[in-house]
Design a protein around this ligand. Sequence first.
Ligand code: HEC
Length: 139
Amino acid sequence: MKTKTFFLITMAIGVFSLMAFVAPPQDLKKGEPWDIPAEYKEMENPHKGDASLDRLGRSAYMKHCRSCHGNAGLGDGPRAKNLETFPGDFASAEFQAYTDGEIYFMSIIGRDEMPNYESNIPDMEERWAIVNYIRTMAK
Ligand code: HEC
């Protein structure tokens, strides 16, 4: 009897740990609305429409952001499955309705699981190049 109970418990643990590997990741929770300071909301993008920054924007996005946000900004990068919060859908109309300054704030200042990039991306041109690149992801 004891051996049987032990066997059953071992089996149960085995099955559950296997499920943790094969089960699809749980739906990530949606982030709360962002509280963005007014000075960022109204911040002008000094590089708006500057096509000379397209390549820089793309390569910086691929280097710093793609791992969580995914190639097309759908929030499906390879690291997203280890997150608790959904990184957002940059292609959605809801997201694209943010001002450039708001996208800048969320991208560079961040919060919680969204990293702060002030020291990793010190170059202002590169920061705005990323904002411009994210704009090209609109559906
Ligand atoms: C480690 C994973 C990770 C990386 C790398 C990352 N992000 Fe995020 N990002 C997140 C998560 C998680 C959220 C959602 C945070 C929240 O809502 O609290 C987020 C949210 C955002 C949002 C707001 C989306 C929305 O709809 O609310 C923007 C914009 C953003 N990230 C831009 C960037 C940019 C630009 C980079 C690269 C410079 C980047 N992120 C790198 C994880 C990441």
